[in-house]
Design a protein around this ligand. Sequence first.
Ligand code: ARG
Length: 460
Amino acid sequence: QSNAMWGGRFTKQPDELVEAFGASVAFDQRLAPYDIAGSIAHITMLAKQGVVTLQESATIVEGLEAIRSEIEAGDFVWEQALEDVHMNIEQKLIERIGPVGGKLHTGRSRNDQVALDLHLFTLDEVATVDTLVMELQTALCDCAEHYFEVLIPGYTHMQRAQPVLFAHHLLAYAWMFARDRERLDGVHQRADLMPLGAGALAGTSFPLDREWVAKELGFTALYENSMDAVSDRDYVIEALSALSLLMMHLSRLAEELILWSSTEFGFIELDDAYTTGSSMMPQKKNPDMAELVRGKTGRVYGHLLGLLTTCKGLPLTYNKDMQEDKEGLFDAIDTVKNAVRIFTGMIATLTVREEAVSLALREDYSAATDVADALVRAGMPFREAHEVVGSMVRYCIEHKKPLTEISASELKQFTELLDVQTIASLTPAALVAARHVRGGTAPAAVREQLRLFREHYLSR
Ligand code: ARG
């Protein structure tokens, strides 16, 4: 016989390269715990339904548990000739307990089996990522709280715009990550469908109790269409999409940490544990981890686009193309989990260089909007006020002085509606305090924001 699993129909061994090219066991062995859990539920149900005897089911369960221990101990020998995780385990089972092991696959196909494994994997991993992101949000909130008094310049177009609380800036990311977690939860909801019973594509003639298996494995629902069950990879694509957005947010934060820790900004210092030195330049302290997360964002996007492309022309139902769904998902999950863990540590250990930020705030012209607003309150139309303050800023830049240090005689050249005290009072702290609208950067508003955030996203 040429192949232990389907030898009957064949007279030849596969070509050597065909075997290597077609095998997935090198990576899908990672699904073994789910494969075994699924098999145990399946055979237990077959016994309950009288398709196999209780004795047979008990022997098979015992064999599967022994194999599980062998895998956990690292003693299991995976064989490429057996193609994938499913056939490796089934073959080992038959070797171990004899021909009765061949009853396990009754009413089942590798098509619904692999679908089951990947659903279980996705559900587990998505929940883990969710927890890790919550830890990152906690680190962001703690850092925001710790540096609550610190103001930094806020930017648009990468030009200084208006001062903000450092906490406000950090919390912006915490909210983005909150939506990432909501998306992960959506993935979880839609991946929560049990495919077994679909067989190869059309269902099975054995009296399976699909509801029982679903419940046993912790699913809340099952596929209502067997062809959908073995064809669907939507949930994998959706997971990759949610992970891509999460990486995009991490990557933007990475970019800011890199900028802020440069000599030019000097706003923060990253902890030594999250930076590296240079082999040549002794003075260097490089934000490698932030850069690497920014860089690895590309590969996660790549996996999303890869699988979307793989699936776009596939007719129903299972096609071998679909074996390409796994490596990208595995890599995306591993990449995201490590990236989030590293960011949690990086945020928890960074220090803000408060003198540098306050110096930066002194040098900018971010009081301009509020000077214009003061003119508006004194009766001037905003467009006119904008023009007047624009000329004042140009004058101050030419004379190398902050807007708030303009003298009374200088001010007269521009407007009679304001006095210097009003302008001098527009310190960064005053500008920030003035923005007390809900969601604004005033300390009271940010306090409330932080409270809301902790209440909704961190209390679990
Ligand atoms: N290794 C396969 C995969 O990953 C399992 C399903 C194979 N089914 C089949 N009929 N060839 O998709």
